[in-house]
Design a protein. Structure first.
Length: 115
């Protein structure tokens, strides 16, 4: 696991490999799994039990606040890991405990194929 921080303005969040992310999801059933990609990407395939909250939408944080429980951890992922890092920073700033899949859905699928 890596912890990303930069300057005092960006709160830390955990960034995990697919194997670590899988262990995290299995170990903590209270984690709220969020796919931060577009609806089309989500429909093409997503991790089981994930909810969709598109980080590119202007109401991302409003939607997150209406759908997520701040007292429970949040695990986010996107296609390759870029948008999820942006989402993780935004959510962490709002007080969520955030875990992020560092390689995104593409890395997740490669991991599953290699198992």
């Amino acid at each position: 696991m890596f912890s990303f921080t930069c300057c005092a303005q960006k709160p830390a969040f955990g960034s995990y490999s697919p194997a670590e992310f899988e262990k995290l999801l299995k170990a903590d059933t209270t984690i709220q799994l969020v796919d931060v990609r577009t609806p089309d990407e989500f429909e093409a395939g997503h991790i089981d039990k994930a909810d969709l909250i598109n980080v590119l939408e202007s109401d991302f944080l409003t939607r997150a606040d209406s759908l997520l429980d701040r007292s429970k951890p949040v695990a986010v992922y996107c296609r390759s890991g870029r948008r999820s890092k942006d989402a993780a920073v935004k959510l962490a700033k709002k007080g969520y405990k955030v875990h992020e899949l560092d390689t995104g859905y593409m890395g997740w699928m490669e991991y599953l194929k290699s198992k």
